[in-house]
Design a protein around this ligand. Structure first.
Ligand SMILES: NC(=O)c1ccc[n+]([C@@H]2O[C@H](COP(=O)([O-])OP(=O)(O)OC[C@H]3O[C@@H](n4cnc5c(N)ncnc54)[C@H](OP(=O)(O)O)[C@@H]3O)[C@@H](O)[C@H]2O)c1
Length: 147
């Protein structure tokens, strides 16, 4: 949710933010927030089906930046497939396997740049607090989930 919010601010009117969620509940939540240009549920879809969906949504260009915070194993290839050559895949999920991500990308001839995220990235606290100050909708959800 935080990444979608920040991405929407930064891509401007010419960019496109695609939110891909799992359960109907989280899909509806991110839709209601309105931060994404498009929200889809990928529940039950294969990585190739998700690739085809993103290909269609981006007119074949694929994503410049993909942020992966899916908390289950075996999601590496979906993120790699959805990202253009020289694009960035930011793997934040603790379920990410370096082996699957790097060998998988090699296997399909993808030259994406992969980042293994660390929660203490520079400015993380300031960014997060500022986002919660700016967006009452985001703050409400965070209070409901975590307060
Ligand atoms: N890199 C770091 O330093 C660091 C530090 C802390 C945490 N993390 C990672 O940050 C991420 C977010 O943390 P969180 O506490 O927000 O985790 P969370 O609430 O468990 O969220 C993880 C997401 O994974 C999705 N998910 C769960 N099961 C799924 C399935 N079978 N198929 C597809 N999607 C599924 C959930 O979607 P639904 O609700 O729709 O099922 C949810 O949106 C986690 O991946 C965690 O490992 C990273």
């Amino acid at each position: 949710m935080l990444c979608c919010y920040e991405a929407k601010k930064r891509v401007g009117v010419t960019g496109k933010v695609i939110g891909i969620a799992n359960s109907p509940k989280s899909t509806q939540r991110i839709k209601d927030l309105g931060f994404c240009d498009i929200v889809e549920s990928a529940a039950g879809m294969t990585p190739v089906q998700i690739y085809e969906m993103v290909e269609k949504l981006t007119n074949g260009k694929m994503a410049d930046v993909t942020i992966n915070c899916v908390n289950v194993p075996d999601q590496e290839m979906t993120a790699v497939l959805c990202t253009k050559d020289d694009g960035i895949v930011y793997f934040f999920s603790m379920a990410t396997s370096f082996t699957k991500a790097s060998l998988g990308a090699e296997g399909i001839g993808s030259d994406v740049n992969m980042i293994m995220g660390n929660g203490y990235t520079k400015g993380h606290a300031e960014f997060t607090l500022q986002e919660l100050r700016e967006s009452p909708e985001l703050r409400k959800i965070f209070e409901e989930l975590y307060a």
